[in-house]
Design a protein around this ligand. Structure first.
Ligand SMILES: *Cc1c(COP(=O)(O)O)cnc(C)c1O
Length: 402
C-alpha cells in the first residue's frame, strides 16, 4: 500500500484519526509546540496498574520527573557520543565509588560489552572480529550450574563457550589457557556451592576477571558499590529496574582498563558486536540523573511506603473466606516487600491464572505475577494510592467466587 493511501485510510478511522492526519505532517513548519494527547488511547492500547514488579514485558519501571527532564534537556543540543560517555562514566564512577563506569543498553548489553572487553583488551582489530573469529582471544567463560540463566546468552553473543561447574574443585580443574573470565549471577549466590568470597578468591588466584550480573539487585542502594568493593572486576546493573532510569539502559561498573576495553565494542564504532546496542544521548544523561536521584532518595521512607501498601492489600484480601496472604522479602533480587496470595481452590473455584486474567481484564487493568500456587504482588512499581484499587479488586474477585 502506498504511504499516502495508508495515511488517508488511517485518518478515516475515528479512534486514531488525530495521529496521522496530513495536516499534522505539514506542521513541521509551525512552531515546535505540543498539544496534550492521549497516545496510548489513540493507539487503542491497554494501560494497567503494575502490581507485578520490574518486568521487561511490562515495560519495566516509570521514570521520575528529574530523569525525564534530563531526557528532554539532552534532546535539545548535540554532543559527541564518546565525549558524553566519558563524562557521564566519570561522574557515575565518582557517585557510586568504583574505578570506572559506562552506560549500556541494559544489563544484558553490559554483559556482552564487558565480555567483549575482556576478550579484546584495547585491541581494535580483535574487537572487529567478535563473534565470528576469536583467534588470538580466549574462548571460555566458567560459571556455576546453579547460576545458569537465559541472560547468560548475552555472553554467547561474543562467541564464547560456557563451561558449567558445581564445586570449587571442578572450578579450579576447569580453568585452562582458554579461560577468559568467571561469571557470577548475584541473585543466586546462596544457591551455589561457591559463594562470593570463595569465587573471588579463585578468580584472583588464577588472575582471571570475574563478572557479576546484579541486574535486579537494588534495593538496597549499597549494592551499587558492594560488589566492586568485594573484588568483582565487572558488575552489571539494569537501568530500568530499581534505578528507574530508561528501561533500555544499564550500567557496567568496574575496572578502568576493562571498561575502556568494553567501550571499544560499543557505538559509535560500527563494526562491533555492540553496534546494535546503541544508547542515545537522552538515555545516557537520563541514566546518570536516575542514579543521582536514586542515591538521594529516602530509602527508609520508600521501604515504609511499600510495607504499608503490602500490609493494606494483605489485610483486605485476607478477609475473603478461604484466602491467605503472606508477606515476604526476597533475599537478593527484587528485594522489596512482596505478597503471596493463596486460597483454598476447593472453596474458591478459580486458579491463580484465572485470577490474574480477571485482574488483567478489569477496569482498571491490573498486572500481577506468580505460578500455579499463588498470585504474587509487589507495590514498588505502583503509583501510591493504587494499592487500594488492587486490594479491593482482588477481594471482590475472590469473595464472589466462594
Ligand atoms: C533483568 C535482568 C537482566 C537483563 O537486564 P536488562 O537491563 O533488561 O538488559 C540480566 N540479568 C538478570 C539477572 C536480570 O534480572
Amino acid at each position: 500500500m502506498k504511504r499516502r493511501q495508508l495515511i488517508k485510510q488511517l485518518s478515516a478511522l475515528p479512534l486514531i484519526g488525530g495521529l496521522f492526519t496530513p495536516g499534522k505532517v505539514a506542521s513541521a513548519v509551525l512552531p515546535d509546540t505540543v498539544e496534550r494527547r492521549d497516545y496510548y488511547k489513540e493507539l487503542g492500547l491497554r494501560t494497567f496498574i503494575n502490581a507485578a514488579g520490574t518486568y521487561t514485558a511490562l515495560t519495566g519501571s516509570l521514570m521520575k520527573e528529574a530523569v525525564l527532564d534530563a531526557y528532554h534537556y539532552a534532546s535539545k543540543q548535540y554532543v559527541a557520543l564518546d565525549e558524553l560517555q566519558d563524562k557521564v562514566g566519570e561522574r557515575l564512577a565518582q557517585l557510586i565509588g568504583c574505578e570506572a563506569a559506562t552506560v549500556t543498553a541494559g544489563a544484558a548489553s553490559a554483559i556482552t560489552l564487558g565480555t567483549a572487553g575482556v576478550l579484546t583488551g584495547l585491541d581494535q582489530e580483535k574487537a572487529s572480529r567478535i563473534p565470528t573469529d576469536l583467534s588470538g582471544m580466549k574462548t571460555e567463560v566458567i560459571m556455576q550450574k546453579s547460576h545458569v540463566i537465559g541472560y547468560a546468552h548475552a555472553l554467547k553473543n561474543c562467541g564464547v563457550k560456557i563451561v558449567e561447574v558445581e564445586t570449587r574443585k571442578e572450578l579450579e580443574n576447569a580453568i585452562n589457557e582458554q579461560t577468559a573470565m568467571l561469571w557470577f549471577l548475584n541473585a543466586n549466590n546462596f544457591k551455589g556451592k561457591i559463594q562470593y568470597q570463595e569465587f573471588i578468591e579463585v578468580g584472583k588466584k588464577y588472575n582471571l576477571p570475574i563478572m557479576n550480573d546484579a541486574a535486579a539487585d537494588v534495593p538496597p542502594v549499597e549494592n551499587l558499590w558492594k560488589y566492586t568493593d568485594m573484588g568483582f572486576d565487572l558488575v552489571c546493573f539494569s537501568g530500568g529496574k530499581g534505578l528507574r532510569g530508561p528501561q533500555s539502559c544499564g550500567l557496567l561498573l568496574g575496572r578502568k582498563d576493562l571498561i575502556a576495553a568494553a567501550r571499544l565494542s560499543a557505538p559509535p564504532r560500527g563494526d562491533r558486536v555492540g553496534r546494535g546496542m546503541k544508547v542515545n544521548k537522552e538515555e545516557i544523561l537520563a541514566m546518570l540523573v536516575a542514579v543521582e536521584d536514586y542515591l538521594k532518595r529516602d530509602h527508609d521512607a520508600d521501604w515504609k511506603l511499600w510495607e504499608g501498601q503490602i500490609r493494606h492489600i494483605r489485610e483486605k484480601v485476607s478477609t475473603a473466606p478461604g484466602v491467605e496472604a503472606k508477606t515476604h522479602v526476597p533475599d537478593i533480587a527484587n528485594h522489596v516487600p512482596s505478597l503471596k496470595i493463596r486460597w483454598d481452590q476447593n472453596k474458591i473455584k478459580m486458579t491463580p491464572d484465572e485470577v490474574r486474567q480477571a485482574l488483567r481484564d478489569g477496569h482498571p487493568s491490573i498486572e500481577t505475577v506468580g505460578g500455579d500456587e499463588s498470585v504474587d504482588i509487589t507495590t514498588w512499581m505502583m503509583n501510591p494510592g493504587e494499592e487500594r484499587i488492587v486490594a479491593s479488586t482482588i477481594y471482590k474477585i475472590l469473595s464472589k467466587k466462594s
